[in-house]
Write a new protein. Structure first.
Length: 210
């Protein structure tokens, strides 16, 4: 249902945009484009033929360029980047968070990548370089990186359980429990890392004796 609504909305926006482009008046086109989110603009650019796509891309607010580039496919992104000057690409990249930038940066020209990295502080540059170094199914823990995995370990469990009956078979109960275990995970680099699992749990509720 939600997908059908989005499809209908995109089709309606596309008709309005195409009609505005056919008039040759760019003012209404610009106003329409600037009412849309970057994701919606990306959807429309994907749906337009190249000639109309290029016109609309030139009317997008520069502050939205980076987000729009993230929301289009590789082929469309490449065609849009070809229309941009290096300074425009750098400015667009600087508006993105690290996750979106990591998705976009590999499609940028090498000279632009160098400029983007130079403009970042050391901490963010190192985080970006680390994100680019490992596949999507990895995660970092304290400087080590591990793939999606499962593990089990022995630990201990201690707690207290209290029940107060205010009738013969009905009462209120409460429980407090603490569990703890150290789980060893193999890291991508061949190292081993240890995660502490468990914690304090508690709960109260009505209890009925049968």
């Amino acid at each position: 249902m939600a997908e059908a609504v989005r499809h209908d909305k995109t089709a309606r926006q596309l008709r309005l945009l195409s009609d505005a482009l056919d008039t040759g008046r760019l003012g209404p086109v610009r106003r329409l484009v600037n009412t849309l989110s970057p994701a919606e603009i990306g959807n429309l650019l994907e749906s337009l033929p190249p000639s109309k796509r290029n016109v609309v891309w030139g009317l997008v607010d520069p502050e939205d360029d980076g987000e729009v580039l993230v929301h289009v496919g590789e082929d469309v992104r490449e065609s849009l980047l070809e229309q941009m000057d290096p300074d425009e690409i750098v400015a667009a990249a600087e508006t993105l968070d690290l996750d979106d930038l990591a998705e976009l940066i590999e499609d940028l020209p090498d000279t632009v990548i160098d400029e983007v990295l130079k403009a970042m502080d050391r901490e963010n540059r190192e985080r970006l370089e680390q994100a680019l170094s490992y596949p999507y199914d990895t995660a970092a823990f304290g400087g080590a990186v591990t793939k999606s995995t499962k593990a089990s370990a022995a630990g201990f469990n201690a707690g207290i359980d209290v029940t107060w009956l205010f009738a013969e078979s009905v009462g209120i109960g409460g429980i407090v429990r603490y569990t703890r275990a150290d789980v060893d995970l193999a890291a991508v680099e061949g190292r081993s890392i240890t995660m502490k699992a468990g914690g304090l749990q508690g709960g109260v509720g009505i209890r009925v004796l049968f």
